[in-house]
Design a protein around this ligand. Structure first.
Ligand SMILES: [Zn+2]
Ligand SMILES: [Zn+2]
Length: 368
């Protein structure tokens, strides 16, 4: 079928809005009419690095309505409202233990830019276009998804708020609620006040952490963090010695730290701000080859743990409904983060996000 998509044709050029062809769903595939899709930093990393050869269609926080299902699909049916998250195999040992973010087939199913059999689902004339990003490629008016990356939504959950739950919010809130599982009254330092960092702030508030310290350069985002439950917001321009600034608030250091920035110097500085037995959870993407932060001798001396985290250790079938329930209780106000743009204005949205004019971009489809 014909779809309108934001195609990444090179690392440097803007996304181009094009009419391209999407395959009909195979037996295990689900055709979703995309209504909203979040823009996540990971999309821009893949566009910039060309890890998946250009041209390709990115987008991995889709939400919409099921239009058609393949013969083998039983989980959803046409008309169902769904959020689309990362894809997992459903069969490997990690999937079997409800840990699908560490699925043994994660790279093949999410980052290959094609189906596992090597075919691409998107075409323009004779040209094949990279597809299947996170089992969706949802920067488009329709996409193909799979049973393991679809979560049904209730009628009252707006698509533009459901979309970011599929990656950014799940990563930030899940990182604190599930991966670190911070105890009530524990102290936490959160590096970065973007969509993932602010989701971590909301997660820390849900857990009852105190203090909740955020490090973020943009003043508006620091203020938003304070509104969302942070007790202290540090400006890196002033908190040049991070450990000292943190210890002025939490004298023994923090029980938990959570990084969304991937900035190597900041990762190292954070190790000095950890309390004895402190744990540092990391979701930020550091440059390839970056060593683990800190110093082994002090990690041993103080019993520190450094923990890599994917997708907040989420099992989406359980955790996305939990996030929606928190939203409905007013404890996870994702609406405070979201700003919508039509898909056609994706390049303006990228520029605005880069300039710090908005926290979480969600692209919506304008249909006649
Ligand atoms: Zn698996
Ligand atoms: Zn993402």
């Amino acid at each position: 079928m014909k779809v309108t998509a934001a195609v990444a044709r090179s690392a440097e050029d803007d996304f181009s809005i094009e009419e391209i062809i999407l395959d009909e769903p195979r037996a295990d595939e689900v055709l979703v009419r995309v209504e909203a899709v979040g823009l996540c930093h990971t999309d821009l990393v893949f566009k910039a690095t060309g890890t998946i050869p250009h041209p390709h269609v990115l987008g991995h926080e889709g939400a919409g309505v099921v239009e058609k299902v393949g013969d083998a699909v039983t989980k959803v049916k046409p008309g169902d409202r769904v959020a689309i998250t990362f894809r997992s195999c459903g069969q490997c040992p990690r999937c079997a233990s409800h840990d699908p973010a560490y699925c043994h087939s994660m790279p093949l199913l999410n980052y290959a830019g094609m189906r596992p059999d090597g075919t691409k689902a998107l075409h323009k004339g004779d040209e094949d276009i990279g597809s299947n990003f996170f089992g969706q490629s949802s920067f488009a008016t329709h996409c193909l998804a799979y049973e393991t990356n679809l979560v049904k939504l209730t009628d009252d959950m707006p698509f533009e708020l459901a979309a970011p739950l599929g990656c950014g919010v799940q990563t930030g809130a899940g990182g604190v609620v599930r991966s670190l599982a911070c105890e009530k009254g524990s102290s936490i330092l959160i590096l970065g006040g973007g969509a993932v960092g602010l989701s971590a702030v909301m997660g820390a508030a849900v857990q009852g952490c105190d203090p909740i310290i955020v490090l973020e350069p943009h003043e508006e985002r620091r203020n938003l963090a304070l509104d969302l439950g942070a007790t202290h917001a540090l400006d890196p321009a002033e908190a040049t010695d991070l450990a000292e600034a943190v210890r002025a608030i939490a004298p023994m250091g923090v029980d938990y730290a959570f990084d969304t920035t991937g900035i190597p110097d900041l990762l190292n500085a954070t190790m000095m701000a950890l309390a004895p037995k402190g744990t540092f959870g990391i979701v930020g993407i550091a440059p390839p080859g970056t060593p683990l932060p800190g110093d082994l001798m002090s990690a041993v001396t103080f019993g520190h743990t450094v923990k890599g985290i994917i997708e907040g250790d989420s099992d989406p079938d359980d955790f996305i409904p939990e996030l929606i329930s928190l939203y409905n209780q007013g404890r996870l106000p994702v609406d405070r983060l979201v700003k919508t743009y039509p898909l056609e204005e994706i390049n303006r949205a990228v520029a605005d996000q880069h300039a710090g004019k908005c926290v979480k971009v969600v692209l919506t489809m304008d249909r006649p």
